[in-house]
Design a protein around this ligand. Structure first.
Ligand SMILES: C[S@@+](CC[C@H](N)C(=O)[O-])C[C@H]1O[C@@H](n2cnc3c(N)ncnc32)[C@H](O)[C@@H]1O
Length: 282
């Protein structure tokens, strides 16, 4: 069990009393330059830092944020090893901010690194295109609505060691025995969509559960369920199976890119692809 997990387990023991009731105040940890932080300081090993930024495909043009940035190692690596445009670290502990600034200076990336002594729950990080986290499961879950609602669809999120509750990771890597969770922020695609193809009107009702889509489609009066529905960033895909006029089962694959209330894409039937534009009507 590594040091962080030990601290985590101890924290959980403190959080729940013998009867299992949850205290009103979340558990706080001692910082080095501040009395209370929400997560103890434990650095991410370098190979895990590298794997996180590789999984996120961090690179030129990206704006990277590390929430709870510690000694700044992920910010420094994003700038020095992955050449992101800018990187921002946020930490509540002034001792960590001092270290992080010194590490960025020594790595020669201080001109593109900014460290803020601030509470990550109050900081505006909406401009991030790559977001890294090494926090705690309950902190990830608390951040989840902000990640889903404030970050642009397509933003890549990577968490060392901890998942994000019901929002399943798109990919989980294991490096040196540690899990790395990866998500792409999904666009919001729930609602009623309509399109026309070869003279037929199609209507799909899409329900969304994070990156998973379900619902049904109506064409020529017949209703069929949507299958394998996924939204990854702004890219949407689903399949339907319906009987054609000859009674044969036909698979229809929809692949499109959503932009607000419009989805441009293709419908593929029997290997034949037709361009379609779907519009959200509700
Ligand atoms: C587990 S460490 C991760 C450090 C770094 N991201 C890494 O992976 O090496 C968590 C960091 O979060 C900081 N922290 C804890 N609560 C915070 C809060 N509410 N706002 C900002 N930073 C916080 C701690 O001071 C600590 O440096």
């Amino acid at each position: 069990m590594d040091a962080f997990r030990t601290l985590l387990v101890l924290g959980l023991v403190f959080m729940f009393n013998v009867s299992g009731a949850q205290p009103e105040q979340p558990y706080k940890y001692k910082g080095d330059g501040i009395d209370e932080v929400d997560v103890p300081y434990v650095p991410t090993p370098d190979d895990v830092v590298h794997a996180m930024l590789t999984r996120a495909n961090a690179g030129p043009g990206d704006i990277h944020y590390d929430l709870g940035s510690g000694d700044g190692r992920i910010v420094v690596s994003a700038l020095r090893d992955f050449n992101v445009e800018r990187a921002v670290g946020i930490d509540l502990d002034p001792a960590r901010i001092k270290e992080a600034n010194e590490n960025a200076r020594q790595a020669g990336v201080a001109d593109r690194a900014t460290f803020y002594e601030a509470d990550l729950f109050e900081f505006d990080f909406h401009e991030a295109t790559v977001l890294t986290l090494y926090l705690l499961p309950e902190i990830n879950v608390k951040l989840r609505p902000r990640i889903l609602n404030e970050l642009a669809p397509g933003t890549r999120v990577v968490s060392h060691a901890f998942s994000m509750g019901e929002w399943e990771a798109d990919v989980i890597d294991t490096v040196g025995g540690r899990n790395i969770y990866y998500w792409v922020v999904p666009a919001k695609v729930a609602g009623e969509w309509q399109w026309a193809m070869n003279g037929t009107e199609y209507r799909a009702t899409i329900a969304q559960n994070f990156q998973r889509l379900s619902g049904d489609m109506i064409a020529s009066g017949a209703q069929v369920p949507l299958q394998y529905g996924v939204v990854r960033g702004d890219m949407v895909s689903f399949e339907t199976r319906a009987r054609d006029t000859n009674g044969q089962t036909q698979t229809m694959l929809f692949e499109g890119t959503v932009n607000g209330n419009t989805m441009n894409g293709v419908v593929i039937i029997d290997g034949k692809s037709t361009d379609v534009t779907a519009r959200r009507t509700n």
